[in-house]
Design a protein around this ligand. Structure first.
Ligand code: GLV
Length: 308
């Protein structure tokens, strides 16, 4: 028995229909119809606390998302339970659009024109070409690598940073602490798609943000806890940073009275940069269920210690 659960019953119904059509030989159920002790596989995002402890037959968990920070922090998650996360799942293309939108806006000075508009200023700013703009991408997994490649194809100068060394054509790939400093020093746009892990939490602190060149832009579409929001506000206010496009926050929803909402240099979206698309996610999980049944290797297995 395979349990499919998200907090939204309509979404669960849509997932069940897709799973049943793709794998009619297996039994997919929602929480209401689940016999918890018989659940061997779980497909989920936002499972109520404590439920995992009631599933002693659970063999694998498939997260309906790319970032598994919340899931790994659950006290009821058995230490030896294999957890799989979505790789791409339709998210790489969306994330690429979200970041290209930000980078293009920066290159074409859209943020500055919006500010001029607010005070009725008609003033031409110097044009810049994509090749004039250096972009740094933090995170070079499935999603980050797709973002970096696409920006390079647009003509931007792209560097990328990851935990372990990578080799991606047309991208200057950096890693480690010194690689991070190298990347920050010359990224006019810093685009972050990192997951939240013990190594990345608090990564974008004041000192690292100050390492960015004067007038830089920050795009954060990874996780909110990577960034010191107060430091960002201070550096926008003192003019070191020019603007920010933020999709993720330390606290979500971002509290209505938070100063980020009304900052003229900040563009905010409500954690929508890349949402899980049902069809590609179902295809990916069905493929993995088949591979598991056949005793084959399965991708997307989360390394607990690394956090992704
Ligand atoms: C969304 O933020 C995800 O991690 O899938």
């Amino acid at each position: 028995m395979i349990l499919v659960h998200t907090p939204n019953p309509k979404e669960v119904a849509a997932y069940l229909e897709l799973f049943r059509a793709a794998m009619p030989e297996r039994q997919f159920v929602d929480l209401e119809h689940a016999e918890l002790s018989a659940i061997r596989h779980l497909v989920t995002w936002g499972l109520p606390d404590g439920l995992l402890a009631e599933m002693p037959s659970l063999e694998a968990l498939f997260a309906l998302g790319a970032g598994v920070d919340k899931l790994l922090a659950r006290p009821d998650l058995p230490a030896d339970l294999p957890v799989y996360r979505l790789l791409d799942g339709g998210m790489a293309a969306q994330m690429t659009e979200y970041i290209r939108y930000g980078v293009l806006g920066y290159q074409r000075n859209m943020d500055l024109y919006r500010r001029q508009q607010a005070t009725g200023q008609w003033r031409m700013l110097a044009p810049r070409l994509p090749s004039d703009i250096r972009v740094g991408v933090l995170g070079l997994g499935e999603i980050g690598a797709a973002v970096a490649r696409s920006l390079a194809a647009d003509g931007y100068q792209v560097s990328g940073w990851s935990r372990s060394p990578k080799d991606i054509r047309a991208i200057r790939c950096l890693h480690g602490e010194s690689g991070l400093t190298q990347l920050l020093v010359d990224s006019q746009v810093l685009a972050c798609v990192l997951p939240s892990t013990p190594d990345t939490r608090g990564l974008l602190n004041r000192q690292r943000l100050e390492t960015l060149p004067q007038g830089a832009m920050l795009i954060n579409a990874g996780r909110g806890d990577l960034l010191d929001q107060d430091a960002l506000l201070a550096l926008l206010d003192n003019g070191h940073l020019r603007c920010a496009q933020l999709d993720v926050f330390t606290e979500e929803p971002l509290p209505a009275d938070h100063p980020l909402w009304r900052h003229p240099a900040v563009a905010i979206t409500p954690h929508v940069a890349a949402i899980t698309l049902r069809q590609p996610s179902v295809e990916q999980i069905v493929r993995r269920l088949r591979q598991l049944a056949a005793g084959q290797a399965v991708d997307g297995l989360v390394e607990r210690a690394q956090g992704y």
